[in-house]
Design a protein around this ligand. Structure first.
Ligand code: IMP
Ligand code: MG
Length: 211
């Protein structure tokens, strides 16, 4: 675990043995390896919120949160912004993004409102191959926002298949499948307050990606 000590729900530091067992979800095997601690994530989100607030000072910022993985990050980041802010949500299929070279994306759930003329910040949980964010940005640009930037909590640069420019990144991580803080494995573990890697032997990951 990087950063400071794991804490219990009351904020008291956990003893090492308790911290280790706290990473095992109810009913789960000990296959989650802690990667980024709750307190480390909190600090980083505060830092990102501060930078973004400075960059957009005096402007209205419209967040486009990519479901489902980015909902936890979006909720925490939005509360760190000292800006007039609105939020909308979009869900796209990452299978389709990976499988297609046409540049189209499958929008599972579209935004409720137009982004035309708005300063848009796309909020993503993790950038992996880069296909999803590239396609989302292409689609949003077509809708003529005033400006378009991207914040991704995590980046796995080793997996990139398309170059992409990320305006704000929380953490670069190694090429591991991670869960927690919104990220899932088969829709599970999104509620973990920290980020863990799944031990490779415990999974059949190649046929499956989160959203
Ligand atoms: P990309 O199109 O390959 O960049 O994929 C991005 C999407 O795949 C993200 O929005 C995530 O939902 C999902 N994803 C990629 N890597 C992971 C991971 O390690 N854990 C959970 N979901 C992931
Ligand atoms: Mg996602």
């Amino acid at each position: 675990m990087t950063g400071s000590k794991q804490r219990d729900r009351q904020g008291k530091p956990l003893k090492p043995s308790a911290a280790a067992s706290a990473t095992v979800p109810p009913g789960g095997a000990s296959r989650l390896v802690p990667l980024i601690a709750e307190t480390t994530i909190k600090q980083k989100v505060e830092e990102l919120g501060h930078r973004i607030s400075q960059d957009y000072r005096g402007m209205h910022l419209h967040l486009v949160s990519l479901l489902k993985g980015a909902w936890v990050f979006t909720a925490d980041l939005a509360r760190q912004l000292q800006l007039e802010t609105s939020v909308d949500f979009m869900e796209v299929s990452s299978y389709a993004a990976a499988a297609r070279s046409s540049g189209r994306i499958d929008i599972v759930q579209d935004l409720q409102a137009s982004v035309r003329g708005l300063h848009v910040l796309v909020v993503e949980d993790i950038c992996d191959t880069g296909l999803t964010l590239n396609r989302v940005c292409r689609e949003l640009r077509r809708r003529e926002p005033e400006s378009l930037k991207v914040v991704s909590l995590l980046d796995k640069p080793a997996r990139r298949v398309e170059p992409i420019s990320l305006d704000y990144v929380g953490f670069d991580i190694p090429d591991k499948f991670v869960v927690g803080y919104g990220l899932d494995y088969r829709q599970k573990f999104r509620n973990l307050p920290w980020i863990s890697a799944i031990a490779p032997h415990a999974t059949d990951l190649p046929d499956r990606k989160g959203t």
